[in-house]
Design a protein around this ligand. Structure first.
Ligand SMILES: *Cc1c(COP(=O)(O)O)cnc(C)c1O
Length: 394
């Protein structure tokens, strides 16, 4: 009987004097080292080497370095989702008895984590309006260790008093964590502006194509960075190499997508505001936005791609709008290359009572638009058709 062919031993990867232009995708979970001394060197940081995929891999590191450059920091960590970045930050940096002051219009799952999950680990929180520095200061207790905010609130697009909050955090010795997903480092370089920790849901505008979920955390302090990293590794919040590779591919066109989507958003906001079916438009770049001056100071000429509007009318009007524009994806997300439309009353804010929603200005006719990169004529056409359908209801 002849020997079995060797199918198990790996065939060496072909060498090449020329280099691949695209980043190689490295799916290996395990890495072999020459001997235990070499492994010591790796673990003690004397030599760079990968060990096990949950502890890090090259595709995550390439992606982290790209976002580091956008934020102006170094040592960012990629996680499997935006929520795992929030989780690792809070559980990595806080413990039993600690208290968080959070913005009252944070991403829905972050709010839920603070209300329902963190108390199980003995971490409590108070929510306050981040546009009101006195309210933020009043929420601080002797147990407070962290402030967690987003620059632009969801879905009403109010602008936090970042300068005031940054000074407050510094004055009281609190860790300032900014979830910079909405604004992106392009709209607001949160790290360069003084945040201690910056979080991104890479899933959204950074990756930009609605085909990966990933997160990112950047911490200024080395001890905090290590604590967050260890939490990611221990809780298994690790990203997949494939997702990192996809997100890297998306990031190469981020600045072009951002500029295009933002120009579209500004034009679409003006168009929507003129339509008789519309009661009100919220876009930080418009003069009639309640925080327009603060938006101009913080975001400069980059008010972003997000706008919201309120129809005259209730659920009937909302149904008519989405049905009349099936080309615009009605989907509860943001940051896709194409325009998406979300309806907070039936999605992100459905857990609130109608009264609770009304207090935020979220009626049945309220929509949030993540404006994408289509030709603007197409968006004008689709939204005119959709808004005309609402007017036709009479
Ligand atoms: C989407 C989002 C998250 C959560 O990110 P996932 O990648 O969906 O886990 C966190 N914060 C903000 C502001 C978001 O928009």
């Amino acid at each position: 009987m002849s020997d079995s062919p060797n199918l198990v031993r790996r065939t060496p990867f072909p060498s090449s004097v020329s280099r691949a232009v695209a980043t190689p995708l490295q799916p290996s979970v395990v890495y072999s080292s020459p001997d235990p001394d070499a492994l010591d060197d790796q673990y003690e940081g004397r030599a760079k080497g990968y060990t096990y995929g949950r502890e890090g891999h090259p595709n995550a590191d390439v992606l982290a370095q790209m976002i580091d450059r956008m934020e102006g920091g170094e040592g960012g960590i990629i996680t499997g989702s935006g929520m795992s970045a929030v989780t690792a930050t809070i559980l990595g940096l806080l413990g039993q008895g600690d208290h968080i002051v959070g913005g009252n219009q944070l991403y829905g799952r972050s709010l839920r984590m603070m209300a329902q999950d963190l108390p199980k680990w003995g971490i409590t929180s108070t929510l306050a309006d981040p546009t009101d520095i006195n309210a933020m200061a009043a929420a601080i207790t002797p147990a407070t260790r962290m402030i967690l905010i987003e620059v632009v609130s969801n879905p009403t697009l109010r602008i936090a008093d970042m300068e005031g909050i940054e000074a407050l955090a510094r004055d009281r010795g609190l860790i300032l964590v900014v979830d910079n997903t909405f604004t992106t480092p392009y709209g607001f370089p949160a790290y360069a502006r003084g945040a201690d920790v910056v979080i991104h849901s890479v899933t959204k505008l950074l990756a930009g194509h609605s085909d990966v979920t990933l997160g990112y955390v950047l911490a200024r302090d080395a001890g905090q960075r290590k604590a967050i990293y260890d939490t990611v590794v221990t809780l298994g919040l690790t990203p997949s190499p494939w997702d990192c590779w996809m997100a890297e591919r998306g990031l190469y066109t981020f600045d072009m997508r951002f500029e295009r989507a933002q120009a579209n958003a500004a034009a679409l906001a003006d168009m929507i505001a003129e339509h008789p079916a519309v009661e009100m438009v919220l876009y930080p770049g418009r003069r009639d936005h309640p925080d327009h001056n603060r938006a101009a100071t913080l975001l400069g000429d980059r008010p972003g791609n997000m706008l919201s509007f309120r129809l005259r009318g209730g659920r009937n009007a909302a149904n008519a709008l989405t049905r009349a524009a099936p080309e615009v994806a009605f989907a509860p997300t943001l940051g896709d290359v194409g325009t998406t439309l979300s309806h907070p009353a039936s999605s992100s804010h459905r857990g609130l009572t109608p009264g609770g929603r009304a207090a935020l200005g979220i009626t049945e006719g309220f929509f949030r638009v993540s404006v994408g990169c289509e030709p603007i004529e197409l968006l004008h056409r689709d939204f005119s058709k959709a808004l005309d359908a609402v007017s036709a209801l009479g």
